[in-house]
Design a binder for this molecule. Structure first.
Ligand SMILES: [Fe+2]
Ligand SMILES: [Fe+2]
Length: 270
């Protein structure tokens, strides 16, 4: 199976790059399944129902969120009405939506997508992601119940993400990090057969500070003073993510390729 994962869509620039490129990439790369993290697609803060539909219509089969899951109020009801949107597993037990779902591709293959939040340097003390992910993976054996399994681990630090990669090795097709908005150069297949990349990067304008117009974040770092609100940078975005090709019988990754299309980052494609 050929699966594409795209990192955090950032504001209008990110949405534009998705709409302009994803339909073509989906066909050109013969993708069976596409997961898009869209936690910053609406003004950099969360995702509203309208923008979720824009991303789904462009060719996403599943949207994941993150710590910004419910920054846009209407997502609380939208996520209950749209099963293709997932929020992290380890939010409050009563939070709307779910953190994992088994999808069926148009070719009839089953793909499990799971998302969890990290605990280190995050805004809130989220529940243990390792036991939450473990429970889901035990219920969905790779190569049997699911032909492919994608784990989006939304976390700040590289160490916590690498540990999650190893924790899922041999049980998932891909463990990919999101949240830092900067792609890492460590795309690899772990010893047990799971593809891994510490962070997919963002789909946004990289002439920015992690997707925000650079003036205000620079002012805050340099002077320590706040003046304006953060607004997403609106130059040409790079689509950033991870491509994998899996073995349909085992669910393991045969190939993993970092993806960077358009904008300022050096191009990389499967
Ligand atoms: Fe993000
Ligand atoms: Fe985040």
């Amino acid at each position: 199976m050929r699966v594409l994962f795209l990192g955090d869509v950032m504001g209008r620039a990110g949405r534009r790059a998705i709409s302009e490129n994803l339909p073509r990439l989906r066909a050109e790369w013969a993708l069976d399944f596409v997961v898009v993290n869209a936690e910053n697609a609406t003004g950099g803060m969360g995702l509203n129902a309208g923008h979720a539909q824009t991303i789904l219509s462009a060719g996403a089969d599943c949207i994941t969120l993150g710590d910004h899951a419910f920054d846009q109020r209407d997502m609380q009801s939208a996520i209950e009405a749209e099963p293709r949107i997932l929020r992290p597993l380890n939010l409050a037990r009563v939070a709307p939506g779910v953190g994992q779902r088994l999808f069926t591709t148009t070719g009839g293959k089953r793909v499990l997508v799971v998302q969890a939040l990290g605990q280190v340097f995050m805004k809130k003390p989220f529940a243990d992601p390792y036991s939450a992910v473990d429970k889901v993976l035990k219920a969905h054996p790779l190569g049997r119940l699911a032909a492919a399994i994608v784990v989006d681990f939304h976390a700040e630090v590289t160490s916590e993400k690498m540990a999650m990669g190893h924790w899922c090795d041999g049980r998932a097709s891909l463990v990919v990090g999101t949240h830092t908005h900067v792609p890492t150069a460590d795309a690899m297949i772990l010893p047990g057969g799971t593809a891994y990349q510490t962070d997919a990067g963002m789909c946004g304008d990289y002439n920015s500070v992690i997707g925000m117009d650079k003036a205000e974040p620079m002012r805050r770092f340099i002077t320590g003073l706040n003046k304006e609100r953060f607004t997403p940078a609106n130059g040409e975005a790079t689509l950033a993510g991870t491509f994998i090709e899996t073995d349909d019988s085992t669910g393991f990754a045969r190939r993993v390729v970092p993806v960077r299309v358009g904008g300022r980052l050096q191009a990389s494609a499967p």
